[in-house]
Design a protein around this ligand. Sequence first.
Ligand SMILES: [Zn+2]
Length: 309
Amino acid sequence: MGMFLLAAAAAAASCTGVSEPVIDVHLHSYEHDGRFEARVPNPGDGRPMSALDGRAQASGTVAALRSAGVVRGIVGGEHRASDDRMIALDPDRLRGGFAIDNVPTPAELAEMRSRHAAGKLAMIGEVAYQYNGIRHDDPRLEPLWALAEELQVPIAVHSGAGPSGIVYQGSPQHRERFGNPSSLEEVLVRHPRMKLIIMHAGWPFLDDTVALLHAYPQVYVDLGAVDWIEPRPGFDHYLQQLMTYGFGKRILFGSDQMVWPEGIAQAIARFRTAPYLSPAERRDILFNNAVRLFGWTDLTSCGTPGRKR
Ligand SMILES: [Zn+2]
């Protein structure tokens, strides 16, 4: 009880003045990315790119988080240096993930351990080996699952669709079917205490995602990128089905803004304007579910009117 009061008293500064708080578990940072040079327009609305390099993307992302009432975000990728640079811009608001896009190396596993020991590892992910043609059930991933379970840090795995045409645009090993979350089942059997987040909610493999959520009550999902890039009716259908099957307590908000900071507000808007969500369901998805999964007691009084901080 004393601990709880202490935590509530030390509420995060990022909550100040925010009535409808949001937590974004799916953010990226970049050193270099070909999309900056190519000036790729926003894939959601077709508008011209606004952040033209990694530094502008970092400051633009922080500004977008602040203005959208995102009181906490997890940055995972593509490099620790760019993650750290973004986190340094707003360390109260941002926490560190740990991106991996292949079989984990011993050096990466050791770095995860040392970051965890230093209190700098909120999540492992985005784990995106699918882009390199690696399946969820590849035995070489075993040390990664074991570490996530041992450290009790949520691990967020890219599962589902990559960008349309990705196999011809730099990821020749990518296979869409490898994103089917059903092949995470044996991993969950072997590691029952692992805290798994299925990124992109396994989109478009809805049935297999529902099956996994049903059978494994510890599994969470986010709808990153689907929530601002895919056509709205498809997003609504997918989210509504997840709600219909009763998984409203295990959906997290993630934007997956990539090189377009404005994607954050666009993604939040879709949840705020979804007529099939009650206010309580919306708050669970945008905020409560992540507070519970990550154990962020400094955020528990966030958005509560009349609460002195
Ligand atoms: Zn992804």
